[in-house]
Ligand binder design. Structure first.
Ligand code: FE2
Length: 322
């Protein structure tokens, strides 16, 4: 059954890093708000809607602080659920074949089939009274006698999705599809699967792709901002602060989002994303097999010398079977 556990999205991502000071500086420059953390030696940041990033010092001896596949990177993904009963149901389902524990705050901790630490909590994300961007399309003016918004700094609204490189994306997706009730929104040829946790909502919450390097490791984390202007304005500011572009700005072929990725000190890229497809149960999943090498409709500053575009897809490999 689709979304049998009423999962609403990524509530929190926990990083273990070798250099917390740089990671904290990056998260601050990114536009996230520092907030008090209830955990020792942890720094917590929040997007506008309550989505959270936690930064811990990586520690190989402590499973909760050991990033998967890298010296800095992903320690845990916390998924939000909409009601407390879902947590009990998840504990029962996952407890059938793996360790499950509940911490003092009521968050359920377990792991997926690849050993990625996953957690579930009552979502702390909330809907904001956000003024929508108004566009003046020919014949359909919506912004009258008002100048358009300008952005000197991005202020991410929410975590959109997380992308993870794995050895076999179809294999890795099985747990999410069969046990948690996720759906496949689109496929990127034989390179990866875009999964969403619920039939209606964001185009994808989890992108699993066949990593070029063996093993499991975080590829990128995307934050939704209000519009393409915030992607560009925020990206310019991050860039001016000395952080390096990984890819972009550009527009994805899959999910229609405008993007700008930056290399971070957190063992992965972070992405500003805007105007991603929002879907329902009527969405028709497409296999983008014919355009495997094209991850964007357009991108500025591309390195095309080897015929490939930079971006997450440049770090993926094809497999025989999707
Ligand atoms: Fe992305």
């Amino acid at each position: 059954m689709h979304n049998r556990f009423r999962i609403s999205g990524v509530d929190k991502v926990t990083f273990g890093v070798t250099g917390p000071d740089d990671a904290i500086r990056f998260a601050t420059d990114w536009g996230l708000a520092p907030v008090a953390s209830s955990r020792q030696d942890s720094r917590l940041f929040r997007a506008q809607d309550g989505s959270e990033i936690e930064i811990l010092r990586a520690d190989d001896q402590d499973p909760a602080r050991r990033p998967i596949g890298n010296s800095s990177g992903l320690c845990e993904i916390t998924w939000g659920v909409t009601d407390p009963a879902a947590l009990d149901e998840l504990a029962e389902e996952l407890g059938r074949d793996r360790a499950v524990s509940v911490d003092a705050e009521g968050t359920l901790h377990s792991s997926d089939d690849l050993g990625i630490r996953i957690a579930f909590r009552l979502t702390r994300r909330h809907r904001l009274p956000l003024e929508p961007t108004r566009y003046n399309s020919p014949g359909h003016p919506e912004r009258i006698d008002r100048r358009g918004a300008r952005y000197d700094q991005a202020c991410p609204h929410e975590i959109s999705h997380i992308a993870i490189g794995v050895d076999d994306a179809a294999d890795a997706a099985a747990f999410y599809l069969e046990r948690l009730g996720f759906l496949v929104s689109d496929r990127y040829a034989n390179r990866g699967l875009f999964l969403r946790c619920a039939p209606a909502g964001n185009h994808h919450h989890l992108f699993l792709m066949n990593g070029r390097a063996p093993g499991t490791r975080l590829n990128h984390l995307a934050f939704k901002v209000r519009d393409v202007h915030e992607v560009i304005g925020g990206g310019q500011t991050i860039s001016a602060k000395g952080w390096e572009t990984f890819a972009g700005p550009g527009r994805h072929a899959v999910s229609s989002a405008c993007f700008w990725y930056f290399n971070t000190p957190l063992g992965c890229a972070w992405e500003y994303a805007a105007d991603e497809d929002i879907v329902t149960g009527s969405w028709e999943s497409t296999d983008f097999a014919a355009t495997a090498h094209i991850f964007s409709e357009w991108t500025f500053g591309l390195e095309k010398s080897d015929g490939r575009l930079r971006g997450p897809i440049s770090q993926s490999k094809e497999t025989e079977t999707p």
